[in-house]
Design a protein around this ligand. Sequence first.
Ligand SMILES: Nc1nc2c(ncn2[C@@H]2O[C@H](COP(=O)(O)OP(=O)(O)O)[C@@H](O)[C@H]2O)c(=O)[nH]1
Ligand SMILES: [Mg+2]
Length: 213
Amino acid sequence: MDEAALERGRKFFARECQFLLSVAQLEQLPPADLPEVAFAGRSNVGKSSLLNALTNRKVLARTSNTPGRTQQLNYFLIEHPEQGSLYLVDLPGYGYARVSKSLVEEWTALLKAYLRGRPTLRRAVLLIDARHGIKDSDREIMTMLDDTAVSYQGVLTKADKVKPGVLQAVIDKTTAELSKHVAAHPVISVTSSVSGLGIAELRADLAALASAP
Ligand SMILES: Nc1nc2c(ncn2[C@@H]2O[C@H](COP(=O)(O)OP(=O)(O)O)[C@@H](O)[C@H]2O)c(=O)[nH]1
Ligand SMILES: [Mg+2]
């Protein structure tokens, strides 16, 4: 990736990232006045940690070991005077076995309606744990994204937890599966919130989605 794009990403994410609101019903969504990028992934995939790493925060999105608790869309806003503005949307984690069926149905409906009805959603970032690869619950979301024609980008998390040789196999396998999905980007990102691997590149990818001011 070129230096200029990385520098733009760094400068964009050096801005304050402001928590705006939590949304449990679509009527509560902020006006669709800015581009947004939504972060999706199984509970415990490392979503909060990745958001914190991207935004240089330690407490922006609270990390927790109690998966399945957040059933809301959390909106954050980054504003940059030259590069424009972008909402970051932290979607509820999924795939947690101990959540009741009715809760799963509730949030599936919320998510579907959001994906289908949000014209300013520029991209979804689909987080996949590098130790586990794509799971069936990820496939459900991938199908949903394909059906709603939301373009998405695969991001492997916790790359520091996987030996290099094994990691390459996971990258290849994940890339191959994503390439069969129409709405998925052909290239996946490989990240670690612990080592910082891939964070600068992901910042650059996402900063490019901000609106012109
Ligand atoms: N080694 C390692 N652990 C991570 C990484 N990202 C998250 N974790 C750990 O994985 C667990 C779940 O992380 P969290 O960000 O809360 O996941 P979330 O449920 O998807 O928001 C926590 O114990 C984190 O410390 C990473 O890149 N490397
Ligand atoms: Mg979280």
